[in-house]
Design a protein around this ligand. Structure first.
Ligand code: ADP
Length: 386
């Protein structure tokens, strides 16, 4: 098999050289008429061996895309290739059935069989093999994913993280050519997430298949640090490494998707090398934020992203606080979204969105027109290039 290093793989340090034949190429269009108008996924991309993160808000079309690749949903038109083999080609009327595609798909609900043990779930798709061979293979993959001690337990008797591992092992035991993971880490805490991703990376050092990893969590995009495709209303808004994508022209959408409810145009007005900070002025206002130091000169234009949940509100000017950013403002609006209160606060012509609990709203007696102070730590200010 010809093996050659590809220019894109050079960007991802964990993929030294990629067999060309493992690439996934997708060029599809899928329309869904619905009451609000037609929703359509219309994408063209290539994913090499290793992780490609598909990132987008809820409803962006991520699951539809995976369903099309897996063969669960039929695109209206286009082509899907893995390693040069056609899985789907609308012109040639070729549509390989899901079970012949060798595409591993771990869906959000995991779909484990509740009446089967972990081992029986893992070995479920192995057909035509002797019992001994099945045992050997399931034992091997279960030990690789550290779930061998759970062999005899039913899904209801293991944790959420362990169920994820069982579902993953069940997909991988079939030696797929592509792996699709739909929000695989959503229910896991941070250590469990990174341990699962590490085990999967290790497994893929030998297998070198493209892994599409769907998430709507911006932090995961940065934590994985791999090629990312930003999906917005069914279209690819940007593709590249996380830091490149953050500099893409449609920054607002991307930054919002990344979880920054507050995004401001800013200009560097002072550098404080000794305390490791910058002063940035927001837009055309007089409002200044102290942000972490980056390599920049005064006059440099950049953007500052702040998560609404990282900001605090005070009803009196705070004293003796370590946070450097304390801005006086007036509440414009207060909205309840599920169990979160979102307050829009005008600070000298700049509007900040701040998220609070219901208890905090009542305790502070917050209402439109009330004077408040918005408090943010230096390290809650995330700088982005323009
Ligand atoms: P995501 O996974 O990014 O949350 P989905 O792919 O699940 O997004 O859905 C994107 C949009 O596609 C939905 O908002 C809906 O309008 C449409 N859609 C998905 N599946 C169907 C379906 N079976 N029938 C009609 N519309 C659908």
């Amino acid at each position: 098999m010809a093996v050659k290093a590809r220019s894109q793989s050079a960007k991802s340090p964990d993929i030294p050289a990629v067999p060309v034949s493992s690439d996934l190429e997708v060029r599809i269009r899928k329309r869904y008429p619905n009451p609000e108008g037609t929703f359509s996924v219309n994408v063209h991309f290539r994913a090499l061996a290793g992780f490609t993160v598909i990132f987008g808000a809820s409803g962006a079309g991520k699951t539809t895309l995976l369903d099309c690749i897996a063969g669960v949903t039929k695109p209206d038109e286009g082509r899907i290739f893995v390693g040069g083999e056609e899985l789907f080609d609308s012109e040639k009327k070729r549509n390989l059935p899901a079970w012949e595609r060798r595409v591993g798909y771990v869906q959000q609900d995991l779909a484990l069989f509740p009446h089967l043990t972990a081992e029986e779930n893992v070995a479920y798709g192995l057909r035509g093999l002797s019992g001994a061979e099945k045992n050997y293979r399931s034992g091997e993959i279960m030990s690789r994913f550290r779930i061998d001690r759970l062999r005899d337990r039913k899904p209801s008797q293991i944790s959420g993280g362990e169920r994820q591992r069982v579902a993953l092992a069940r997909a991988l035991i079939l030696e797929p050519r592509v792996l699709l993971l739909d929000e695989p880490l959503a229910a896991l805490d941070r250590p469990a997430k990174s341990s699962l991703v590490n085990d999967l990376r290790k497994w893929n050092q030998n297998h070198r298949i493209p892994i599409l990893f769907v998430t709507h969590n911006g932090e995961e995009v940065f934590a994985l640090g791999n090629e990312v495709i930003i999906l917005d209303s069914g279209k690819i808004a940007a593709q590249g490494l996380p830091h490149e994508v953050m500099r893409a022209p449609r920054l607002e959408t991307i930054a919002q998707l990344s979880g920054f409810e507050n995004i401001f145009d800013a200009t560097v007005v002072a550098l404080h090398e000794t305390r490791g900070t910058l002063t940035c002025r927001l837009g055309k206002s007089e409002v200044e934020l102290e942000t972490p130091l980056v390599r920049a000169d005064t006059g440099t234009r950049l953007r500052v992203g702040m998560r609404a949940g990282d900001l605090l509100l005070a009803t009196e000017k705070p004293q003796g606080l370590s946070a450097r950013n304390i801005l006086s403002g007036t509440i414009q609006r207060i909205e309840q979204r599920d169990v979160i209160i979102s307050a829009a606060v005008d600070c000298g012509g700049v509007e900040f969105e701040v998220h609070l609990t219901l208890a905090a709203r009542d305790f502070l007696n917050l209402a439109p027109g009330k004077q408040v102070w918005v408090v943010g730590k230096t390290h809650s200010c995330h700088l982005m290039g323009i």
